[in-house]
Write a protein that binds this ligand. Structure first.
Ligand code: LLP
Length: 416
């Protein structure tokens, strides 16, 4: 079932009309469907059901506590990349033994907090980080469970800003150096080697790069075993794409079918770190048209959401579908317009030269596929309060994050 669809003439999230949300909560607002979140999570869980697995939802995609706690109740673990994300994951009730810590620049304080919390695994990205973690673990009086993030050098065929598995990217340890790096890891007394990790990029729309990379990792696991280093956890990262426009990404089942045969014989537990494919299409950004503006050269629809609420079009030239909330508008004459926000930058657009049914001042619009990498990338640029976030469950909704106030924005500042 489509969880975000027209019902009774209004675009609705489950059984709640987005007009009702806008009237009660105001705009801009992010609105998420709980059923869509749980369906997407369940699709992964079912796809890997016959293989020992743990789905560590990638917190960076959407870290609102209401979203995290919903996934935690469904059994999700977490992939975190900062002390802040550790704090959120624990606050949301994700068990520490289901948390893995990624990222190229973990600080010693962050390592200490994660060790004290007793997380499942640290994915280490350089030899310097490996040595630092060893020292911190010995200080704390424990051994840090580690995996090395191996850079398998495959082309994920995605936007260059979100490709991570190529030789030239800052991520991971080059696969050619992996054996030596593991040998050193195994020698360090503050570390316990438990796993191997990769993450090749985001918004991938084919399974072949995942399969190529997983095969390379599988071969490495065997070589390590020959050297007496036993890998129990194999983390394949995240990266499965979603449909924003006309992409036809593989399903979690297609993905599982491509990857599992390559690693099944290794007898490892597979860890998966999906972010976008869990939350991306579970949310919309609800906005209202402020003004229409036509010049001899261009037509603009000025809305109350801006690049501070959704930076993906400005940053990656990303496409997000825009739909009217009122279904009757779908029959309005189509015009080509830029949909822009109030921020004082030419990069502040949600859509460029987009054919859209004519939107009138006061109309409500939904920017689709706005559950992932939207609220988390929001800023207060132009002193704009961050938008409210709402989670819909059937015919009820909860404000899971209230709109910021001006007071929130200056808290912590000093007038001299
Ligand atoms: N694991 C690691 C180590 C990652 O770096 C990422 C995403 C994920 C998992 C989750 O990947 P996903 O399943 O969501 O593709 N802001 C960009 C996306 C950046 C992705 C960063 N890493 C965007 O808006 O497209």
């Amino acid at each position: 079932m489509e969880h975000i669809a027209y019902r009774h003439g209004q675009l609705s999230c489950e059984s709640v009309s987005l007009r009702a949300v806008a009237e009660a909560v105001g705009t801009p607002a992010y609105v998420y469907s709980k059923a869509a979140l749980l369906d997407a999570f369940g699709a992964y869980d079912r796809a890997f059901t016959d293989t020992p697995h743990l789905i560590c939802y990638s917190v960076k995609a959407n870290s609102t506590l209401g979203v995290l706690s919903t996934l935690a109740k469904a059994g999700a673990g977490a992939d975190i990349v900062s002390g802040g994300e550790l704090y959120r994951a624990l606050r949301a009730g994700i068990p520490p033994r289901k948390i893995i810590f990624d990222g190229v620049g973990k600080t010693r304080d962050e390592m200490r907090d994660a060790l004290k919390a007793d997380i499942l695994m640290f994915n280490v990205e350089s030899m310097s980080e490996l040595r630092a973690l060893d020292e911190v673990a010995r200080e704390v009086g424990t051994r840090a469970p580690v995996a090395l993030r191996v850079n398998p050098d495959v082309d994920p065929q995605t936007h260059p800003y979100i490709a991570t598995g190529l030789k030239t990217s800052k991520f991971g340890i080059p696969i050619d150096l992996a054996l030596d790096s593991y040998a050193e890891a195994a020698r360090l007394p503050g570390l316990e080697v438990v796993g191997i990790d990769m993450h090749i990029g985001s918004q991938l729309t084919k399974t072949s790069p995942f399969a190529d990379a997983a095969a390379r990792l599988g071969a490495l696991v065997k070589m390590l075993r020959e050297r007496g280093i036993v890998i129990r956890l194999l983390d394949v990262g995240g990266g499965l794409g979603i449909r924003y426009r006309d992409e036809a990404p593989p399903s979690p089942l297609d993905y599982a079918r491509a990857v599992i045969p390559l690693i099944k014989e290794l007898g490892v537990t597979i860890l998966i770190e999906p972010g976008r494919s869990i939350v991306g299409n579970a949310g919309v950004l609800l906005t209202r048209v402020l003004y229409r503006k036509e010049t001899p050269d261009k037509r603009f629809v000025v809305v109350d959401a801006a690049m501070n609420d959704l930076i993906r079009p400005a940053l990656y030239n990303a496409y997000h579908e825009i739909r009217p909330i009122d279904e009757r508008r779908l029959t309005s004459p189509v015009e080509t317009a830029d949909v822009v926000g109030p921020i004082c930058e030419s990069g502040d657009f949600l859509a460029k030269d987009r054919p859209l049914p004519r939107a009138e001042e006061g109309d409500l619009l939904a920017v689709m596929s706005a559950g992932a990498y939207t609220s988390v990338m929001a800023s207060n640029y132009n002193t704009r309060p961050r938008a409210a976030e709402v989670l819909v469950d059937g015919n009820r909704y909860t404000i899971v994050r209230r709109r910021e106030t001006y007071e929130d924005l200056v808290a912590g500042e000093t007038v001299l």
